[in-house]
Design a binder for this molecule. Structure first.
Ligand code: NAD
Length: 376
């Protein structure tokens, strides 16, 4: 059974789907053939020599894809690659089921069996395959570094002969995977940290990292399915805005990560709030997309300055940490791959509690219900 790894071609994508350490595991322990496109690891600092030493075949794009049973990707495949894949080929990667309908249609039209890393359930058994979490973790870390670098001030308390500088304040909105890592990173940099989330269950985790959990006068809470947040009522949303407004004006850095899967990101930072912030402060909107983000002013991958406040909307922070992001992603995707391999051969069981939910398309059909509904 041949597994193919291509060089990613998406704008700004520096990660690679499989790293040499995982190649040797698949080749030596699971008797798979791994073919990688020459240079696929160059932008994440993995050389062709390392891949070859790990047992991979190195070739051009066409020879890498030829006779592949499975194609591993970070981002959705290029349409031209899809055309060359025979029906039944398995494609695994971040396939953007909700954001890239043309890509989903192309996977189904080509009769490809695709598994979306976004659809891997966030269950205990699937933890090692949870690429959303591994990448969000890195992104939360990088968001704070980016904020600290953009800020023309320091975060830790300094007591020097030249005077004392009070610690800066970081506000984190949304304390899921990315938010908790942002909190931990801001604390490591010596900032005072405040955080808010609509799931009261995370209060304890926020406090255990040394941050304060903000509490509204009247309840603002919405637990949804599977441990995710639910949507707030209009009154609750207004209460949340009031709470944020009361705390944002003296924040040096605000990191926003609030989202409910499958929905538009809630707008949590209004023009009035931005106007209340000190010039020089920074907002990092991790939920920024073409559809909007958590901050009224954010634009994906652009820097917007509003009354002296810099608003950044980076959409691919893990790619800027490509070496370790690839290392973690490779562990996630290889573990998912092995879930569908039995004695070196492909063995698909859609009743499997991870493969079933993670399957996006199979045999010409979009199997994932919510994606299918959006396409209809
Ligand atoms: P997550 O689901 O673990 O966390 C999101 C958190 O937001 C949850 O704790 C949820 O309760 C909270 N939330 C929802 N609505 C809220 C509201 N109105 N107010 C406050 N909190 C609210 O998700 P994650 O993996 O941490 O990812 C967070 C966001 O970061 C997502 O939008 C994701 O797409 C994005 N992300 C961005 C990058 C990047 O490079 N920009 C990388 C990874 C993830």
């Amino acid at each position: 059974m041949k597994v193919a790894v291509l060089r990613e071609t998406g704008a700004g994508e520096r990660r690679v789907a499989l790293v040499p350490a995982l190649v040797s595991e698949l080749v030596d322990r699971h008797s798979l053939t791994v073919a990688v496109e020459a240079g696929c690891g160059a932008s994440s600092q993995y050389s062709d020599e390392e891949y070859a030493a790990a047992g991979a075949q190195i070739g051009d794009r066409a020879s890498t894809l030829a006779d592949a049973t499975v194609v591993l990707r970070v981002a959705p495949p290029d349409p031209v690659d899809l055309e060359s894949l025979p029906r039944g080929t398995v494609v695994i990667g971040f396939l953007a089921p909700f954001d890239h309908p043309a890509g989903v249609r192309a996977l189904a039209a080509g009769g490809l069996t695709s598994f979306a890393m976004e659809l891997v359930p966030r269950t205990t058994r699937a933890q090692r395959m949870d690429a959303l979490s591994s990448q969000a973790n890195l992104a939360g870390y990088k968001a704070v570094l980016l904020g600290a670098d953009t800020l023309g001030r320091i975060l830790p308390m300094f007591m020097t002969a030249a005077g004392t500088i009070r610690p800066g304040k970081v506000l984190v909105l949304g304390a899921g995977v990315a938010g908790l890592q942002a909190i931990a990173t801001a604390r490591r940099l010596g900032a005072r940290v405040e955080a808010f989330d609509v799931r009261p269950a995370v209060k304890e985790q926020v406090e255990s990292l040394g941050a304060s959990f903000l509490v509204a006068e009247e309840e603002v809470a919405a637990e949804g399915e599977g441990g995710y947040a639910g949507a707030l009522s209009e009154e609750q949303h207004q209460r949340e805005l009031d709470l944020i407004a009361a705390h944002i004006h003296d924040a040096d850095i605000v990191v926003t990560t609030a989202r409910i899967p499958g929905r538009r990101a809630p707008e949590l930072i209004t023009p009035d709030m931005l106007a209340s912030m000190r010039a020089g402060s920074v907002v990092i909107d991790m939920a920024a997309s073409e559809e909007g983000g958590n901050c009224c002013a954010s634009r994906p991958d652009e820097t917007v300055v509003v009354e002296g406040v810099t608003v950044l909307g980076p959409t691919n922070l893990p790619s800027s940490l490509a070496h370790h992001a690839s290392q973690m992603y490779a562990r996630n995707i290889a573990t998912l791959l092995l879930e569908m391999v039995d004695e070196g051969e492909l063995s698909l069981d859609f009743d499997n509690d991870i493969l079933g939910p993670a399957c996006l398309t199979h045999d010409g059909v979009v199997r994932h219900g919510p994606t299918r509904e959006r396409l209809d």
